[in-house]
Ligand binder design. Structure first.
Ligand code: 5RP
Length: 251
């Protein structure tokens, strides 16, 4: 692993207090510097990835990037990219992606991620699993010592059929970590439905999950589970924007 740190403000200038959204934008713009004309690009989902997609749209419009093909990771990103005039395709036509840029909810010191609090984890995992480089972009609040460490949920996409049965199986799997499994609901209190017509079970764990690969395999062995939000050993680069500057961590 390698690490590079870049300061945001010139030496001697007064410190600038940036909002979380400004930090997200700084990380996103930095990631877009990795984009070259002619690339097939995985387009992430969420408020951080949105800045990257906006930036790619700007550069295309200015003629600074040409011949880009975007592979969106959600219907929302697809709509955004279409509105910006970014040419789009899918994994069926472009099974090899040059570079994907996407956010994350948690990043551990080994660059393992939790994703999916926006609900797009399945398409994100399919697209980001098919790319040569996956640049993850976060503000420093997303850094954790171990996954599950932010007190927020590990999302699991499940089929709607007998979701309570699946949720119980998931909760029992991590009983020793004090796991509580909850069905995610939308703003109207109805079950949140993913782009793939599935539900999300959020797993709240009080303690470390232990060996993450073992946890991943165990979750995926439960019939009814479609995918989970742990992205193990997938990010090749993580760009972290913080008050003191940008840190670039490479695998
Ligand atoms: C969506 C995701 C997002 O990348 C993740 O939730 C981070 O979102 P944001 O950039 O809005 O903080 O995994 O499924």
């Amino acid at each position: 692993a390698s690490m590079e740190a870049l300061s945001l403000s010139p030496p001697m200038s007064p410190p600038v207090i940036l909002t979380q959204d400004e930090l997200k934008k700084i990380a996103a713009y930095k990631a877009v510097e990795f984009v070259e004309s002619g690339m097939v690009l995985g387009l992430g989902t969420g408020s951080t990835a949105k800045h990257a997609v906006d930036r790619i749209g700007d550069l295309l419009r200015q003629g600074k990037l040409t011949n880009i093909v975007g592979i969106p990771t959600s219907k929302k990103t697809q709509e955004q990219a279409l509105s910006l005039g970014i040419p789009l395709s899918d994994l069926d036509s472009h099974p090899a992606i040059d570079l994907a840029i996407d956010g994350a909810d948690e990043v551990d010191p080994h660059l393992n991620l939790v994703k999916g609090r926006g609900g797009s984890l399945l398409r994100e995992k399919m697209v980001e699993g098919a790319c040569k480089k996956f640049v993850c972009i976060v503000d420093e609040s997303k850094l954790v010592k171990h996954l599950g460490g932010s007190g927020l949920a590990l999302p699991v996409e499940v089929v709607p059929f007998c979701w309570k049965f699946t949720a119980n199986k998931l909760q029992n799997l991590f009983e020793r970590s004090g796991c509580v499994a909850k069905l995610r609901s939308d703003c109207e209190g109805k079950p949140f439905v993913t782009d793939n017509g599935n539900f999300i079970i959020d797993l709240y764990v009080k303690e470390e999950l232990g060996d993450l690969q073992v946890a991943s395999d165990a979750i995926l062995r439960i019939a009814g589970v479609v995918e989970h939000g742990m992205f193990l050993d997938m990010a090749t680069t993580v760009i972290v924007a913080g008050e003191l500057g940008i840190t670039i961590k490479n695998k």
